[in-house]
Design a protein around this ligand. Structure first.
Ligand SMILES: [Zn+2]
Length: 145
């Protein structure tokens, strides 16, 4: 099993540590009913997510993660229903990390609530990937009629 985690978020950020690599994410379709975001995914595929993140601490003592991930995902063309591979990615210029004890709604910035002693990036990357899956993927040769 791949493990991607940050032990001790505060010191990771204070010391500007970096974490990078490739993570295998097993995408399951069991909860796909009614979920538009993942209905065009080829079922039960393993996606290799390439990620790199760096921790930073602001002058106010807030902790941030900056970096990006990208992955080739197998999708179904919503026009011809044949498979297509799409590279999807996301960049995080400054994602604030808040501990579970804090209320993320108290901040106006983009932030993610996580455990500070052991932040597991895998479930977070999984949900981020799901959000980025295009709703109507198409081959470049499949144009809207
Ligand atoms: Zn197509």
């Amino acid at each position: 099993m791949d493990k991607v985690f940050i032990k001790d978020v505060p010191s990771f950020c204070r010391m500007n540590r970096q974490i990078s690599g490739v993570l295998s994410l097993e995408i399951k379709q069991e909860h796909s009913d009614g979920n538009k975001e993942i209905q065009n995914l080829v079922p039960d595929q393993v996606v290799q997510v390439q990620y790199q993140f760096e921790g930073t601490e602001s002058f106010e003592g807030k902790f941030y993660l900056k970096g990006s991930w990208s992955a080739d995902v197998q999708l179904m063309c919503s026009y011809c229903c044949e498979p297509l591979t799409e590279n999807i990615m996301a960049e995080y210029p400054a994602l604030m990390l808040v501990s579970e004890k804090e209320d993320p709604l108290a901040y106006e910035e983009d932030c993610h609530e996580c455990r500070f002693d052991y932040f597991d990036l895998k479930p977070w990357l999984y949900s981020e990937l799901m959000v980025m899956v295009p709703i109507s993927p198409k081959h470049s040769s499949c144009t809207i009629s």
